[in-house]
Every structure is written in C-alpha cells, then in structure tokens.
Ligand binder design. Structure first.
Ligand SMILES: *Cc1c(COP(=O)(O)O)cnc(C)c1O
Length: 233
C-alpha cells in the first residue's frame, strides 16, 4: 500500500479512537483531508479509497482541483478569503470555514444567490488572540452572527478556530473548550437562520484533543499528505 494510504488509514484510526475516548459517535466527526499544495493525484488516490471531503486554503487551487476531480467531492474553503475570489467557488463550495467580517458574508450572500444556493459558513474566531491570525475575537462573534443571520444565500452553522502551534496538544485544550462554550452560548440566543451544530477545530498536531472537546470537523493536512514543501508549490 502507498505511504499516502498508510498515513490516511492511521489518521482514520486515531479519529476513531478519539471518538471512543470521548464517548462520541464516529459519524459526528468529519475528517477533512487538507490537500493544499499537494498534487491532484493525491486527491484522486484518496478518493478511490473512499475519502470525499477535502479542504483547501486558496480559492484558485481549490477551483483547479475541483475542475479535474470527481464532482461528488465536497470542497471546504478553510483559508482566509478575499472578497473578490468568492465568485469563483460560489457554485460548488460545500462550506466556508473562514468568515470573519460582515462584508465578506455579504459577498458570499450575493454570489450564492446568483447560483440559487445557500452556502453554509462558519465564523472564524481567534480564540487565543494571536496577532498573526485572522478571525474575530470571542466578544465579536455573537454580534457578527446577528448581523449575518438575516442575509439570504448564506447560513451560519457554527464556529471555526485555528489554535496556536504548540509542542504539547494539551496546551490547546482550553482553546477548544472555549470555542465550544462560545458556540453553546450563541446557540442559546436562538437566532433565526443560525445553528451552532458545527465546530471546526483541530489540525495535525491536536485533532485528537479537539475531538475530545467537541470538534465536528477536524482539518488534517500533514498527518495525511506528509510535510508540505512551499518552495515547489
Ligand atoms: C493547512 C491548514 C490545516 C492543516 O494543517 P496541518 O497542520 O498540516 O494538519 C488546517 N486548517 C487550516 C486553516 C489550514 O490552513
């Protein structure tokens, strides 16, 4: 078996084990294979193995892969998004995880309507308050959700965070716990057109802890595809 499939199966086993530890059903956690910078052949190999959910952080790369791969792949946009790029993916993107402004939400709303779609989105929250990260502060999340909720063509389904890079994944447990608490608090507001069913948190270094803390999407790149080499794109 290829190294790629070996790694994929080992990540799948770790997801399963984390679900068991957390007393959660495996179906409640979606493993997003983050294929950014990796060749489309890798996507096809995982597709043939049954994987259907992929994540990318650049619109152009996601569109290029979408065009040449099977149409039942679910593409998740997980990266920081410029408004002028939304139009290129509005007809096919499954979910946008990185909404952090009303203006971006407005653009998604407009482009989705052109295609007669309602695009599910998550609000990106910078829980740890890192300066280098995108996303709203925890305090800004509820006001932003309220503002976006009435827009047509878009529906808020939950929250996303990118946790700090740490040596010990346990260090990020409070970050994940805080995102979960925030989503419960926002859910209690019973805002029309808003559900807080999804929590996108956890990457290669900390996805098991994230699952234990309630993640419904984990975004895993390196552990599946191997290290990325940005110098050769
Ligand atoms: C690249 C990326 C990931 C995957 O990171 P790994 O550490 O390689 O698993 C997850 N989420 C976002 C937003 C990313 O940009």
């Amino acid at each position: 078996m290829s190294e790629l499939l070996d790694r994929m199966h080992s990540v799948q086993k770790r997801v399963e084990a984390a679900c068991v530890r957390a007393g959660r059903s495996r179906e409640d956690v979606c493993l997003i294979a983050v294929s950014k910078t990796k060749p489309v052949e890798n996507v096809e190999e995982l597709y043939a193995d049954g994987q259907r959910v992929f994540g990318e952080n650049k619109v152009q790369e996601m569109c290029a892969k979408h065009e040449v791969t099977k149409q039942d792949i679910q593409w998740h946009m997980i990266g920081h998004l410029q408004r002028n790029k939304v139009k290129y993916m509005a007809d096919f993107v499954t979910m946008i995880h990185s909404v952090d402004s009303f203006r971006l939400a407005e653009t998604i709303s407009k482009e989705a309507q052109k295609h007669g779609r309602v695009i599910p989105v998550l609000i990106e929250v910078n829980v740890a308050g890192e300066e280098s990260k995108f996303g709203v502060s925890p305090e800004e999340a509820l006001p932003l959700v309220r503002e976006i909720a009435p827009l047509p063509g878009i529906t808020v389904r939950g929250l996303m965070t990118i946790a700090p890079f740490v040596d010990d994944p346990e260090e990020n447990r409070p970050v994940f716990r805080q995102l979960k608490k925030l989503s419960v608090d926002i859910a209690k507001e019973n805002i029309n057109n808003v559900t807080m069913c999804e929590l996108s948190m956890g990457m290669t270094n900390d996805f098991e802890v994230a699952i234990e803390e309630g993640a419904t999407f984990v975004r895993v790149g390196t552990a599946i595809f191997g290290a990325r080499n940005y110098s050769i794109g």
